[in-house]
Design a protein around this ligand. Structure first.
Ligand code: HDE
Length: 737
């Protein structure tokens, strides 16, 4: 009889790569290891195990003759190649993933019976995939877009998938509008332009007719849509879920992920430049951090709402366009997610992983959020097409570590070999196995929620019609620089829209959110300042509906703000894993560079030498250092700060256009820029205002100049990086606001 080892190609015995052998016990990893195919010490074979003698020449009738159909190796090889592609995800096609573990800090048995949330001694393996939404598989990581944050927990009670985003709300309230939303944001269908961008007519046309989108639009136009790193963004389950305890009690819950490195973004100009220089920026950043052992960490946060408080908030907990302000329901940090291993194979793992919001374990249940309910259908359905049939749960990355036993059978690519006659239940011929599990034994029992309304209706609850209050709360909670970025983003996006009526409609919506916001956006679009009049019509109305019933209703406190919504609450923060470009010319100040490198290392940050050319650059002490980059192979947008080292040769940078652009961009993107000795001349050549090196209280804390490098310079650089960006520099950059 065939064993699992016979069914799948296994690594030649005794040849485990070293990093695998050292791994701790992890049931998911052990399961995946079964499928690793190691090419070492093996001869080339066909897929059927026949050793191949000639992989260079096809079989021909004579030296110059036609190729023979008989060439089974050629046919197999080319056929497999022809079939290598599968459909990309219809949304979230572009992504990157990592393995890791989750551990709860203390038992949450008071709230849920889910074992992975009640046993602090347990490490639950996870696989996490981050993504953008709109772009194709090959698109840039730095698109202005929502980011997916999908976590698969391989718990001992089965897989739990928390398929969330980096923004806590969504564009629409009902799943039936999702295909419309996605059609509107995807490249326009006649010419497939633009790729991975919402800045085009069809997106804004749709949005301008859907006031329920306004809160999400605030998030999408904010810097949250251009994260510095997947490691520096929050995650949200978006919908309200339920936690169910061991006694059958239920509470509402919102899931959050809080990154320990804080929440940070890049500047829009920077994002566009990164897209050109390194479209894999986020993917690379995640991969490199994990390879370097700087494992990304996030805390799981819960907002728990008692059943009795369901209607206490002034908005509907079932409405996915609303968040619960942290001031009204604190986020309790209950456990930690650590990403500690890169995938072995992108296709097998990252591409084939199949998330499904319907994968829940006992202790976690759904609510009637109409967006959530629609998603419960969509995820299995899409995998059937994308992964080619109903057995995608058998693909190694998707397999649960908990045993899966049932009477489902057959279908394309079935892996399991189910012996015996019985594939039905109840049965007597197979001893009625596999048996159902009692609730006590871990059987999943749906929370018996009482339904208040038993009519069949196609309606939107009246409590869903406050479209602007939380959009306003978001805008008003932002710091001044964040507001300006949001305004600029709207000017950019709407400025790309050709249809004037769409721009006007959007400005009219913005006037409902905030008068200054609308006036500033209108100015940038060359439109008259809007008056706050009646809200523009909601066009998401059924054929027989009365539009008056679908208008905005202000339900929440209009002056509400929430400090959790501004990213400024994340500074100063750690600079671990941040990258600093150190410009070194021949005869550079060796001692100064060493001092800066040491200070960065102490904080877990890294310095990277950028020279006038690749290879050796000789310092003033006569020793050579290897430049990791030349000024022509990298750009400052790929770093968090720049240090121009002093030394007799540093003057050469002032005539080098790429070096001037390098520091100019870093300054423009509000990063820390430090220079010592003759290195300061480069800042002058780039017209960067430099104060006096002796000024004890410089206006710009992030532009650091000094006659020579010292511990104080290194300290100031580290401190400036901890602030992430010196946004107060922006008004001096003559931004047209
Ligand atoms: Fe998804 N979504 N979605 N979505 N979604 C998919 O499933 C869908 C929604 C999210 O890394 C698809 O396997 C519908 C909200 C993430 O593999 C598809 C609706 C949120 C990912 C799908 C939504 C998400 C997906 C495409 C409205 C945040 C990537 C490929 C009812 C809470 C998962 C796939 C990964 C992927 C449908 C709305 C998050 C087509 C119908 C809201 C992170 O099934």
């Amino acid at each position: 009889m065939c064993s699992m080892e016979d069914m799948v190609p296994t690594r030649p015995s005794g040849r485990r790569p070293a990093r695998r052998a050292a791994a701790p016990a992890d049931p998911k990893r052990a399961q995946l290891d079964e499928y690793i195919v190691d090419p070492r010490d093996a001869v080339l074979t066909t897929n059927h195990g026949v050793p191949v003698n000639d992989d260079q020449n096809s079989l021909k009738a004579g030296e110059r003759g036609p190729t023979l159909l008989e060439d089974f190796h050629l046919r197999e090889k080319v056929t497999h190649f022809d079939h290598e592609r599968i459909p990309e995800r219809v949304v979230h096609a572009r992504g990157a993933a990592a393995h890791g573990v989750f551990q709860v800090y203390e038992s949450l048995a008071r709230y849920t019976k889910a074992s992975f949330l009640t046993d602090p001694g347990r490490e639950t393996p996870v696989f996490v995939r981050f993504s953008t939404v709109a772009g194709s598989r090959g698109s840039t990581d730095l698109a202005r877009d929502v980011r997916g944050f999908a976590v698969k927990f391989y718990t001992d009670e089965g897989n739990f998938d928390l398929v969330g985003n980096n923004m806590p709300v969504f564009f629409i309230q009902d799943a039936i509008k999702f295909p419309d939303l996605i059609h509107a944001v995807k490249p326009e269908p006649n010419n497939e332009i633009p790729q991975a961008a919402s800045a085009h007519d069809t997106f804004w046309d749709f949005i301008s007719l859907m006031p329920e989108s306004m809160h999400m639009v605030m998030w999408l136009m904010s810097d949250r849509a251009i994260p510095r790193s997947y490691r520096m963004m929050e995650g949200f389950g978006v919908h309200t879920f339920r936690l169910v305890d061991g006694k059958g009690g239920s509470r509402f819950v919102k899931f959050h992920w809080k990154p320990l490195l804080g929440v940070h973004s890049v500047a829009w100009d920077e994002a566009q430049k990164i897209s050109g220089v390194d479209p894999d920026f986020h993917r690379r950043d995640l991969w490199e951090a994990i390879e370097a052992g700087a494992f990304p960490e996030y805390e799981l946060g819960l907002q728990i709402i008692e059943e009795k408080d369901e209607f206490a908030f002034g908005f509907d907990l079932l409405d996915p366009t609303k968040l619960i302000p942290e001031e009204l329901a604190p986020v309790r940090r209950v456990g930690k997610l650590t990403l500690n291993r890169n995938p072995d194979n992108f296709f097998a793992e990252t591409e084939q992983v199949a998330f499904h919001i319907g994968n829940v374990v006992p202790g976690i249940d759904f609510t009637n959020d109409p967006l959530l309910q629609g998603r419960l259908f969509s995820y299995t359905d899409t995998q059937l097409l994308r992964l080619g049939g109903p057995n995608f749960h058998e693909i190694p990355i998707n397999r649960s570590t908990a045993p899966a036993r049932n009477n489902q059978r057959d279908g394309f690519m079935r892996q399991a070999i189910n012996p015996g006659r019985v594939s039905y239940g109840p049965n007597s011929l197979g001893d009625n196995q596999p048996a159902q599990a009692t609730e006590r034994a871990g059987g999943y029992v749906t929370f018996p929620e009482a339904l208040q309304d038993s009519r069949k209706v196609r309606v939107r609850g009246a409590s869903f019609f406050d479209h602007y209050s939380q959009a306003r709360m978001f805008f008003q909670s932002q710091s001044e620089p964040e507001r300006q970025h949001l305004i600029k983003a709207l000017r950019f996006e709407l400025g790309k829209v050709q249809a004037i009526e769409v721009r006007e409609r959007m400005v009219a919506h913005l006037a409902q959110v905030d008068a200054t916001l609308a006036a500033r956006v209108a100015k940038g679009l060359g439109l008259p300042p809007p008056l706050k009049s009646e809200a523009p019509p909601n066009r998401s109305v059924p054929a027989d509906g009365d539009p008056r019933d679908f208008q905005h209703r202000e339900l929440a406190d209009p002056s509400l703000t929430s400090t959790a919504l501004t990213m400024t609450s994340h500074v100063p923060g750690p600079i671990a894993t941040r990258k600093v470009a150190i410009l070194v010319a021949d005869e550079f100040d060796a001692k100064g560079v060493a001092m800066v490198l040491k200070a960065l290392k102490a904080e877990g940050a890294t310095g990277h030498l950028v020279g006038p050319r690749l290879g050796d650059v000789v310092a003033d002490d006569g020793k050579a250092s290897t430049a990791e980059f030349s000024i022509f192979t990298t750009k400052s947008v790929l770093f968090d700060a720049v240090f121009v080292a002093g030394g007799d040769g540093a003057g050469m940078w002032t005539t080098e256009a790429d070096a001037i652009e390098f520091v100019k961009d870093a300054y423009k993107h509000c990063k820390a820029v430090a220079a010592t000795g003759a290195g300061v001349d480069l800042l002058g050549a780039a017209h960067i205002p430099v104060g006096s090196p002796d000024d004890p209280d410089p206006a710009d804390d992030a532009t650091i100049v000094a006659p020579s490098a010292s511990a104080a310079v290194a300290r100031r650089l580290v401190a400036a990086m901890g602030e992430h960006r010196l946004w107060t520099r922006e008004p001096e950059l003559h931004l047209p606001l």
